[in-house]
Design a protein around this ligand. Structure first.
Ligand code: ASP
Length: 332
């Protein structure tokens, strides 16, 4: 039987009621949490031999890059020990796609599956989605899916392509530019684009947290963008319109940011499709001002990649090459 390590980090799946909210529904918290998943869901042991470790217990809304590193370090060590065939990470849904993106880029090629999952309703509730998600996650962790994935609502998505798209529906995640890796219906169908197993590289912890992401909108004050470079911002992600278009009133601010040595990457506000900076005058001017195309990356992946790239290469040509290259399936 395959051996699966479950790492608990918190999130709604583990939560229990802590009191009443102002609107009368019960508030959820992690003070009195569900830790023993096997006791709560004994059938997990019919899929794999399970070992569970609680790494931390956080609402994922509080997670920071230091927590990604703690988690990534633990996953790296567990893979290196070769004691398990797959790893499941129980995580809050709010920042699951950020963590999944960071883990994929921090860890690189993987010999075994690393699966993130969580739930919109806690495991102890009768109408929970936690049971199905946990069972599917443990199953995917036993399959030939050696990448960081997000398992939710009967699908395994490429983690570095995923995004939380729904706050209320059980089908909460999407990977808009990458078909599911596994579709879990009556059977479990593996897609042909699942990555091949690779050797784990030595762990590289370098990361630069001082990255700012700005959504472009009509009325965005160019002076605020210009001021960012004097306030310690080391990298800028601009969420632009459509194929990477933005108001030309921002261009001189972008030139200033670029001249101050702050790399800028442009992703799209649209869920599907990709950035092509030359398509319209605004995007072309941004490119001439030094902006780098994020292609079809999600904003989550772009932010994590800029942090990790800056940590590893600083604001250099090597960083530009890293950002434009597909590292682990995050961009076409
Ligand atoms: N606030 C929770 C979290 O992200 C939401 C969830 O898990 O669904 O930790």
């Amino acid at each position: 039987m395959r051996r699966v390590l479950i790492l608990l980090t918190g999130g709604t799946l583990m939560m229990r009621p802590t009191g009443a909210t102002a609107r009368g529904s019960s508030a959820l918290g992690l003070e009195d949490r569900t830790r023993d998943l096997v006791a709560a869901l004994p059938m997990l042991t019919s899929i794999a031999e399970i070992e569970t470790r609680e790494l931390f217990a956080m609402d994922s809304g509080d997670m920071q890059p230091a927590d990604w590193l703690r988690l990534a370090r633990h996953v790296h060590a567990a893979i290196s020990e070769r004691t398990h065939d797959g790893i499941v990470i129980v995580h809050g849904t709010d920042t699951m796609s950020y963590t999944a993106s960071a883990l994929a880029l921090l860890l690189g090629e993987l010999p075994i599956p690393v699966v993130l999952t969580g739930a919109q309703r806690p495991l102890f509730e009768p109408r929970t989605d936690a049971r199905e998600n946990l069972i599917d996650a443990v199953l995917v962790a036993t399959m030939d899916v050696p990448e960081v994935s997000v398992v939710f609502a009967s699908r395994a998505l490429r983690g570095v392509r995923s995004t939380k798209r729904d706050a209320w529906d059980y089908d909460a995640f999407d990977a808009p530019n990458c078909p599911p890796l596994v579709t879990l219906g009556v059977g479990a169908t593996l897609a042909p684009h699942v990555r091949r197993a690779g050797e784990l590289a030595p762990f590289d912890e370098r990361i630069e947290e001082r990255v700012l992401a700005v959504r472009v909108f009509p009325g965005l004050d160019a002076e605020l963008v210009r001021a960012a470079s004097g306030r310690g911002v080391k990298g800028l992600v601009l969420e632009a319109y459509g194929t990477g278009n933005l108001p030309r009133s921002l261009i001189s601010a972008l030139e200033h940011v670029h001249a101050s040595g702050v790399p800028m990457m442009i992703v799209s506000q649209c869920l599907r499709g990709f950035v092509e900076l030359g398509r319209y005058a605004g995007g072309a001017a941004a490119e001439a001002a030094g902006a780098i195309s994020g292609g079809d990356m999600t904003a989550e992946a772009a932010i994590a990649k800029l942090m990790i790239g800056l940590g590893r290469y600083g604001p250099t040509d090597a960083l530009k090459d890293y950002l434009l290259r597909d590292i682990i399936g995050e961009r076409a």
